[in-house]
Design a protein around this ligand. Structure first.
Ligand SMILES: Nc1ncnc2c1ncn2[C@@H]1O[C@H](COP(=O)(O)OP(=O)(O)OP(=O)(O)O)[C@@H](O)[C@H]1O
Length: 342
């Protein structure tokens, strides 16, 4: 069941000043996020990602189309009702947005106060949240006494205070180093797995998507240009923008300068084998080459793992009689996508 439904949603910002054009930030987006899913929305700066999440929590109004969250259509709702809906949607931010004058405890108490949760219930809830995010010993610290990773843990605890069904993370790890990023993403996975919170992660980093997302949505100029399971998007990217993002992590069939460099540094015929989890295992492909009396060396690429499934493009320099290589390639092509690159 979809818990977030955007149907033909567009958002046009009016022109900022006379002579400027209106900005079409989100254009005709239809996107249904299933309950329990972790959806990664990736795109370059200005693609419309932040606007999209702000439409989901009603901080921006749609120009056209409808947004429904947990069964409530929020399009056209008055602010008073929207505030209620927002209690069911947690949000975390790149800059954490903590109140610097309040302790960790006070920051987590804040949404409980807004939601008018009786004070008698605060202690148990806050203490539970602090344990959940691993900050039980920091309750009385102020934000500027915490590391970036700890601040984001507070952000997550605060976002979860009112037990939302949906969590929106807008570049939540972009200000963190790689190791802290992994810790925070691990915590977000725990939120999803243990609390069943549907999560939308907005990012411009493919590594974030690979680590956490079940599903990948690629945005460009306000539009969704690709949408699929994380494995499919990584293993078979279709759109040029998706290919560029995937290319930041996964070696592709070499072209351009990479190919020139391989040609200059290796003798023999260069062939890329594109392994997927439903294609021939590597060991059998290599056995085929050995059986044909062909020598080979791995010169480019590697295998990747997404959601426990492996794939990758391995470029080999092959040495042997041309006729033997031709025969082996015919055999291989029937079982694994094979590209002779030079
Ligand atoms: N309040 C606003 N008024 C006018 N234009 C806006 C407003 N908010 C966003 N935009 C414009 O809408 C487009 C999409 O912006 P948005 O912030 O949603 O993109 P993004 O993918 O999140 O990029 P970034 O990662 O840089 O924030 C941009 O051209 C931006 O300048």
């Amino acid at each position: 069941m979809a818990i977030i439904e955007l149907d033909n949603v567009s958002k046009v910002f009016p022109r900022a000043h006379r002579g400027a054009a209106p900005v079409s930030a989100v254009e005709d987006v239809t996107l249904h996020v299933e309950e329990g899913q972790i959806a990664g929305v990736i795109g370059y700066s200005g693609a419309g990602k932040s606007t999209l999440v702000r439409l989901v929590n009603g901080l921006e109004k749609t120009t056209s189309g409808t947004v429904t969250v947990a069964g409530t259509t929020i399009t056209g709702l008055p602010e008073r009702r929207l505030r209620q809906v927002r209690l069911g949607i947690g949000m975390i931010f790149q800059q954490f947005n903590l109140l610097s004058s309040r302790t960790v405890w006070g920051n987590i108490a804040y949404p409980l106060q807004i939601a008018k949760v009786p004070k008698a219930k605060h202690r148990e809830r806050i203490s539970e949240l602090l344990h959940f995010v691993g900050l039980a010993d920091k309750a009385h610290s102020y934000p500027d006494q915490l590391s970036g990773g700890q601040k984001q843990r507070v952000g997550i605890a605060r976002a979860l205070a009112t037990s939302p069904k949906v969590l929106l993370a807008d570049e939540a790890t972009s200000a963190l180093d790689p190791e802290t990023t992994r810790d925070v993403l691990r915590l977000l996975k725990k939120v999803n797995a243990e609390l069943g919170v549907t999560t939308v992660v907005i990012t411009h980093e493919m590594e974030v998507v690979r680590t956490i997302a079940d599903r990948v949505v690629v945005m460009e100029r306000g539009r969704v240009v690709e949408d699929g399971s994380a494995f499919d998007v990584f293993a078979h990217p279709q759109h040029a923008t998706t290919k560029r993002f995937v290319g930041t992590l996964v070696a592709d069939v070499p072209t351009g300068a990479a190919l020139e460099s391989l040609r200059a540094n290796h003798t023999g015929r260069l062939v890329t084998l594109s392994f997927r989890d439903d294609s021939l295992p590597q060991s059998e492909a290599f056995a085929e080459l050995i059986a044909g009396g062909i020598g080979f060396e791995l010169v480019h690429g590697g295998m990747e793992d997404v959601q426990g499934r492996s794939f990758g493009n391995l470029t080999l320099a092959l040495r042997g009689r041309d006729s033997a290589i031709d025969l082996a390639l015919i055999r291989l092509r029937a079982k694994v996508p094979t590209t002779e690159v030079g």
